[in-house]
Write a protein that binds this ligand. Structure first.
Ligand code: F3S
Length: 426
């Protein structure tokens, strides 16, 4: 790999041993990937909140030890300097306000809070969400980023036209300290063109429609594919593309897609495909939509719902408002929980707007910073979870051994107030 003078100096220790270890990691990682060089980045989203599970692994309770081991894969404990690149904490394991609802012990809470203070002291911005693009980190078209979190990566590549591969905790940790990331994959112009053409023959308008389409596409295409979605007749919004990308990145490994005329890098199908013929043509109609719906609901045999989860990826203010409106004059059923997840910053706005109180008055709970799949928590005794998120219903049965039900927001809120799933296929 070719290194610039400043990169070589970092590797040789001019900025200390932690930066040298970070640069060493990036060089080894880049060489394995076949990258010829690094690229500057000033936009890094990683995950560096550590609790007791991580401290036990690294055998030392200090935050420097946890960062060295888990964020830099270093064999020794390094003194970690403030970050060089603009850096952001993604979603983490704990809601700092509702950690007791999660069932976390005090010691775990204290450890994660200490880790959070450490991140802040090192200059990592505490967005604590899987949707940084909702709360101030909106990269520009062409901006080179280093982001973890598949649903966020597919959003910024496709909708915003920023550039990132799906990075890991170690590569983002190293990028935070150096402001560099290997220049490969989706950083390169030639790797951002469409490969698979999806011809959509049914209306795709609602959040559920977009989740189903994304889930089906993710199941059909290989990891390196860039789908081009043709036949969309109604312009989607942030929420619909958030659901679409998250679904495609969970049933498969989609990191980028084009919806010509809507997403950032293609006005037409021809432009999306760079004038080439698609490698594969796929057709999405009513039968394919039904297939996706059945896959998403395949784990459910019961209709008694214990938990309704909204906010995967983290809910917008509009989604929170919609839940509040659907709950108006109704209360969450005894024995059922309704949890809504949003970024920390939006929770504060939702509090000011009265949404958090309205949810609480109806027996629901507004949470932030985490989610059941990442934090691995559910209400005690939960057997059946309903959600409007294809991603959450894909992961929760596998991670937590529960049954999952997928449907519209209205069906989910109905399940929360009746305790019973009455959702229908589209
Ligand atoms: Fe975010 Fe958790 Fe879903 S990380 S995308 S709310 S699984």
């Amino acid at each position: 790999m070719r290194l610039t003078d400043d990169e070589r100096a970092m590797l040789d220790g001019a900025e200390g041993e932690a930066v040298a270890a970070a640069m060493d990691l990036l060089v080894r990682y880049g060489e394995v990937l076949g990258a010829e060089r690094l690229v500057d980045t000033d936009n890094v989203c990683g995950a560096n909140l550590f609790g007791s599970r991580h401290s036990l692994v690294c055998g030392s309770p200090t935050p420097d030890a946890a960062f060295s081991e888990h964020s830099l894969d270093a064999p020794t404990v390094l003194t970690i300097p403030p970050v060089k690149a603009q850096s952001y904490q993604l979603i983490g394991p704990m809601d700092t306000e509702h950690w007791q609802v999660q069932g976390l012990p005090q010691a775990e809470h204290d450890e994660i809070m200490a880790s959070e203070r450490y991140n802040a002291e090192h200059g990592i911005h505490l967005l604590n969400t899987c949707t940084p693009y909702q709360v101030g980190n909106v990269p520009l078209k062409g901006e080179h980023c280093a982001w973890m979190e598949s649903s966020a990566v597919v959003y910024v590549n496709s909708v915003l036209g920023a550039r990132t591969n799906v990075e890991g905790r170690e590569s983002t940790g190293a990028a935070m300290l150096t402001g560099k990331i290997p220049y490969w994959g989706l950083h390169l112009d030639g790797n951002r063109h469409g490969t698979h053409l999806v011809e959509v023959g049914v209306p795709v308008t609602s959040n559920r429609d977009w989740g189903l389409l994304g889930y089906w596409i993710g199941e059909q295409v290989p990891e390196e594919a860039i789908p081009v979605v043709d036949g969309i007749t109604a312009t989607p919004d942030l929420v619909r593309l958030k659901h679409f990308g998250a679904a495609a990145a969970s049933s498969g490994g989609v990191e980028m897609y084009h919806v010509p005329g809507i997403t950032a890098e293609a006005r037409t199908v021809e432009e999306a495909l760079a004038g080439r013929a698609p490698q594969v043509r796929l057709r999405y109609g009513a039968a394919e939509r039904q297939e996706a719906y059945e896959h998403l609901n395949a784990t459910a045999t019961d209709t008694d719902v214990d938990l309704v989860m909204i906010g995967c990826p983290h809910a917008t203010l509009g989604q929170i408002r919609d839940v509040v409106r659907l709950l108006e004059g109704r209360r969450v059923h005894d024995g059922t929980e309704l949890w809504v997840f949003t970024p920390r910053a939006l929770r504060h706005v939702a509090e000011q707007n009265g949404y958090a109180q309205a949810l609480a008055d109806a027996g629901a709970l507004l949470m932030s910073d985490t989610c059941p799949a990442i934090g691995q928590f559910l209400p005690n005794g939960t057997r059946v979870v309903a959600t409007d998120s294809a991603k959450q219903v894909h992961y929760l049965p596998a991670i937590m051994g529960v049954q999952g039900l997928f449907g519209t927001l209205a069906e989910c809120v109905d399940a929360a107030v009746t305790g019973t799933w009455r959702g229908d296929a589209p």
